[in-house]
Design a protein around this ligand. Structure first.
Ligand code: BDR
Ligand code: CA
Length: 343
């Protein structure tokens, strides 16, 4: 049976979990990744671009165009980069050098071009701050009708944040951009199926990757590997025989260490890969429609995603996921893909 692939456009701030989201998309036969927009977030935008290009080199997918996004948020400089991804964004991993150049147009233009090239077909997935998408909507207000589906990793709908007490990282970096994006969709004009699907922390924190899951992944790739342990010397390099698994393990070790230091245990949440998986198959999660607004003014609550279930919805909010089903899907796609790349 031939799998139909859908055009997918990803906007990322690569980042360990963004990298895994991209690998998932590349590994998925039902996705045709037609472009990558880079945004500053976990690290500065120049580093995000380098990470995206290096990842495509690793995955021998260098024909996929990568665009650079704005250096700043809609209202000013980026906040200090996140510590959990490391100074270069990919933990201890080293990516191969790439001599591929970025597109001449910026990330906002890339969104618009991709949406116009595949009207009604393009699946958009955003796993970083929403600056590029907000700028794209300013340039092309019809974007909500041009996209087939939009999935965003961002927000927290049970009101517990990871950046402030109540704000999630991607929204917190550029709250004005998120507010503009959320305001562009409404159930009345687009119908409930076209509303963006939001994967917030309360959902993505349910998918915690552990050394056991990583060992299953290496196994599915036919790779040697040594199960990581909290007792290992920090920064112990991966011994995996498969180059993609090696990069994943070296990146993930740093991420696991960061989560451990933050009191979560020796595990890490796969926020962005879950969003990528939902982009290809929304049935992976349960959603509930609601109205989301972003707090822009609060001294303690700036960047908080405030949900009102009584007003006209502008989003479908992820409320339930089966983590085992997600990890099975992840392993069955990424494992054989990593194996194929090495052979
Ligand atoms: C989000 O913040 C980033 O650090 C991750 O890549 C993810 O997109 C989770 O809050
Ligand atoms: Ca991200």
């Amino acid at each position: 049976m031939v799998t139909q692939s859908a055009p997918v456009f990803a906007d990322v701030d690569t980042g360990v979990d963004d990298a895994l989201a991209l690998i998932y998309l590349l590994a998925s036969p039902d996705a045709d990744l037609v472009g990558i927009a880079s945004t500053g977030g976990n690290v500065g935008v120049q580093q995000v671009c380098a990470n995206n290009l290096g990842l495509l080199e690793l995955c021998r997918a260098t024909s996929i165009p990568v665009s650079k996004g704005a250096d700043e948020t809609l209202t000013g400089p980026l906040r200090t980069p996140s510590k959990v991804h490391g100074p270069r964004g990919l933990g201890y991993a080293d990516l191969p050098p790439s001599d591929v150049t970025l597109t001449e147009h910026d990330s906002a233009t890339a969104w618009v071009r991709a949406a116009r090239a595949f009207p009604g077909e393009l699946i958009g997935v955003a796993t970083g701050p929403l600056t590029n998408l907000a700028l794209a909507l300013r340039a092309e207000p019809a974007l909500p009708t041009l996209l087939r589906r939009l999935v965003i990793m961002g927000g927290s709908y049970d009101h517990i944040g990871n950046t402030t007490a109540v704000a999630e990282w991607n929204i917190s970096v550029d709250p004005e951009a998120a507010a503009e994006v959320f305001a562009a969709w409404s159930e009345e004009s687009l119908g409930s199926q076209r509303l963006p699907i939001l994967c917030g922390l309360d959902l993505t924190r349910k998918v915690a990757i552990t050394p056991e899951v990583l060992a299953r992944l290496a196994d599915a790739a036919g790779s040697t590997s040594t199960m990581m342990s909290v007792d290992d010397k920090r920064g112990t390099p991966s011994t995996a025989s498969n180059p993609v698994i090696r990069v994943i393990e070296d990146a993930m070790r740093f991420y696991l260490e960061g989560y451990y230091d933050n009191g979560h245990g020796y595990l890490a949440h796969l926020h962005d890969p879950l969003a990528a998986a939902v982009a290809l198959d929304p049935e992976l999660i349960a959603t509930r429609s609601g109205r989301v607004d972003v707090e822009l003014a609060g001294t303690l609550t700036r960047g908080m995603t405030v949900t009102d279930w009584r007003r006209e919805p502008n989003a479908r909010i992820g409320v339930g996921v089966d983590p085992a089903a997600f990890f099975d899907r992840f392993i069955e796609r990424v494992g054989p893909y990593a194996h194929r790349l090495a052979s």
